[in-house]
Every structure is written in C-alpha cells, then in structure tokens.
Design a protein around this ligand. Structure first.
Ligand SMILES: *[C@@H]1O[C@H](CO)[C@@H](O)[C@H](O)[C@H]1NC(C)=O
Ligand SMILES: *[C@@H]1O[C@H](CO)[C@@H](O)[C@H](O)[C@H]1NC(C)=O
Ligand SMILES: *[C@@H]1O[C@H](CO)[C@@H](O)[C@H](O)[C@H]1NC(C)=O
Length: 358
C-alpha cells in the first residue's frame, strides 16, 4: 500500500516535470493564433475558448474581456513570424521552427539566445500592432498616443494622431508576460529570462519611435509644422533586436533571500542592462540535425559561394562543402499598370546556378 502510494506520487511528479519541460516555451504559444485552423472569428468570445493551445488561461480572460484587441494579437503573431524568418534567412538557424507554434522544438523551448530573440520580438510585435490598432480607432479603450509637452523654442507643434506606443507597451506587458507570472512559473529561471527579454523588446520599440511631420502654409513654405510620434518599421525593430541577439549575455539564476535573480555567468563582463537580451542555455552550432537541441542542420540549404558572411558556403555548410545545381526560376516581369486599376505582369523564366550545402 505504502509502496504503491509513493510510486503513484513519483509517477505524478514525473508526469508534471515532463509536461513543464515540453511546454516551457508556453509563453509564446499565442504565436499559434496566426493561421489558426480552424479559422477563428474575433467577433465572438467563444473563439477565446476555441483557441486551445494558443493561449494560457490568463490570456483567454483578456481575450474574453477585450475581444476587440484580438485582431491586433493575430497581426502581431504574423509579424513576429515574418520578421524572424526574414532576419535569419542567411543564418544556419533560420527561425523556420517558429512556425511549429504552439509546440516548439528545443531551440526555442530551452532558454537559448534564439528563444531570447523570439520572445523580445514577439513582445515588441504586440506593442507595435496594438499601438496601430489604438490610433486607427479599432479598440474602444484607447485612441491616439500621447505626445511630449510643447517646447517653447520648437519650430513645430504636436498634432495629428500619434501611434499609441504607451498603450501598446502596457497591453503587451499584460498579455505577453501573463504566462510567466503565474505562481508556479514566477521564480523559474526561464520565466525571469522571458520577462526580461519581453521588456527589452518593448524598450526597443519605444527607443526607436520617430517624429514625423507635415508642413502647412502657402505653397509648401512650411510656416506651420505639425508633428506626431510614429512607430519605426517592424523590420527596423527586427534588425535592432538581431544586434542585441548577437551581443546577448549568458546568465544564471541566483537565490538572494527569497528572491531569484539572473546574474551574468562571466562576472568579468559588465552587467547587462534592461535593454539587453539574456539567455540561460548555450546554443548548438546548428550544423547537423539533432532533435535533442532542435537543430535542423544545414544539409540542402542554399549558400553563396562568393560571400564570406553567414550566407557563404563555408559558414553555412560548416565545412562539409557544397554542390552546384542549375535551377529554373519563374518570376513576374514586364509589369504594366493598366488604367484603372490593376497591374498586369508576364511570367519570365530564367536559369541560375545555385549552391546547396552537402
Ligand atoms: C462572426 O463572424 C462570422 C463570420 O463572418 C459569422 O459566421 C458569425 O455568425 C459571427 N458571429 C457573431 C456572434 O456575430
Ligand atoms: C530553413 O532551414 C531549414 C532547415 O535547414 C530548411 O528546411 C528551410 O528550407 C529553410 N528555410 C528557408 C526559407 O531557407
Ligand atoms: C553572393 O555574395 C556576394 C558577395 O557578398 C554578393 O555580391 C552577391 O550578390 C551574392 N549573390 C547572391 C545570389 O545573393
């Protein structure tokens, strides 16, 4: 009796460990809301329930209470996937695994540098798309963004409708952080890492806001200039975060009293800031396929034989060498604009020699 009870407990503990380790990237599960099958309509709260693996319960609650925010979340999920794949197109790790949401492979599921980038980008994308949703009037709770106070000697006035980055950031902190703030997860190193990187993503959006202006006055004289705060392009946010990815700091969890802190592994390095990305687990080199690390390997990847960069055959193929092939590329060409209003193109095909990794 005693034996069977304790073995049940062991099995239960084991089962719990298994599920947590399988879903430690639960915090970006919501990326599955892009291209969700079956299609979800955000005019009815029943969709919140139907988006099963896409959201944790705290996010489903936000969904039910603020249904008009959900189009923005779906948009953010799409932007995150597109931007990540684009930023890493020339790398061994090319972000293709982000499309497996809501179930991630270990490259995004353990506290890697790649996960750090994906989290920061995803949090940034929510603040980005919510800022636009607000200023375009799609959400009842928010409108145009605040502008800084007028300066006496400025040659412009604030006017027009600014992108509401303030609302975007606070919404993102509620939605993207929710899975990391549950009682059970709160003190886990992965959660602390996630919260830090989410915040770094939001700050990257805020740091890169632009002032855009419009001139008024007789024939473009610009007597009066009105300006508003505008978001950077998502691509710019992606490239800024990629730079932070390259300079990310490896950290470990350290218990201080009842609290856990993340501190740099290398104590000689200067302390990371709020704006920096941090990671807990070293990444593999992504050269060969390895299910344990989530590496897909680079066999069959295109490479550039004259480039000495990341897309060059040396680096991409990890010294295994490459094969040259001639392929036919079909493209749209000789596009002409027809009045009114469509563009008509021809299809042209050309052959090109390409290199693929052995
Ligand atoms: C929501 O939109 C879908 C598709 O347009 C429609 O079939 C459904 O009836 C709508 N639901 C509500 C509650 O309006
Ligand atoms: C990304 O890498 C994987 C694995 O090497 C490959 O199958 C896929 O085609 C690559 N995607 C792009 C867009 O190059
Ligand atoms: C290959 O790399 C070279 C040198 O960086 C560059 O000039 C060229 O455009 C690249 N070719 C392709 C097909 O991207």
């Amino acid at each position: 009796m005693v034996w069977s009870l304790s073995s049940t407990v062991t099995v239960l503990v084991f089962a719990t460990l298994m599920t947590t380790s399988l879903h430690s990237s639960y915090a970006i599960q919501w990326l599955a809301l892009a291209g969700h099958e079956p299609k979800l309509y955000w005019n009815q709260t029943s969709s919140c329930r139907r988006a099963k693996a896409g959201m944790v319960s705290a996010q489903k609650k936000i969904c039910r209470q603020e249904l008009d925010s959900m189009e923005g979340i779906v948009e953010a999920a799409e932007l995150t996937k597109q931007t990540c794949v684009k930023q890493f197109a020339d790398r061994r790790w090319n972000c293709s695994s982000i499309n497996t949401a809501p179930d991630f492979t270990p490259d995004l599921d353990k506290g890697t540098r790649e996960a750090a980038f994906a989290y920061a980008l995803a949090a940034a994308a929510i603040s980005y798309s919510m800022a636009i949703e607000c200023s375009s009037g799609a959400i009842s709770k928010c409108g145009c963004g605040r502008t800084p106070p007028e300066e006496a000697d400025a040659d412009f006035h604030w006017g027009g409708c600014s992108d509401n980055v303030g609302y975007g950031m606070s919404f993102s902190a509620r939605f993207a952080d929710a899975p990391l703030r549950t009682k059970r997860k709160r003190n886990q190193p992965e959660s602390l890492m996630g919260l830090h990187n989410n915040q770094a993503g939001l700050l990257t959006v805020q740091e890169n806001m632009k002032r855009k202006c419009k001139c008024h006055g007789v024939s473009g004289s610009c007597n009066v200039k009105t300006c508003w705060q505008s978001l950077p392009e998502m691509e710019e946010i992606g490239s800024k975060l990629k730079r932070k990815y390259a300079g990310a700091t490896e950290v470990v969890s350290e218990k201080v009293g009842n609290r856990y802190n993340l501190v740099p592994v290398d104590t000689n390095l200067k302390k990371f800031t709020e704006q920096d990305l941090i990671y807990l687990t070293n990444s593999p080199d992504y050269c060969r396929q390895n299910e344990k690390t989530g590496s897909l390997g680079t066999v069959g990847r295109f490479c550039n034989k004259t480039s000495i960069g990341n897309d060059g055959c040396d680096l991409m193929c990890c010294g295994r060498g490459y094969k040259s092939m001639v392929i036919t590329i079909v493209e749209q060409c000789q596009c002409r604009y027809h009045w009114c209003c469509y563009v008509k193109c021809k299809e042209c095909s050309r052959t090109a020699e390409v290199q693929v990794c052995k």
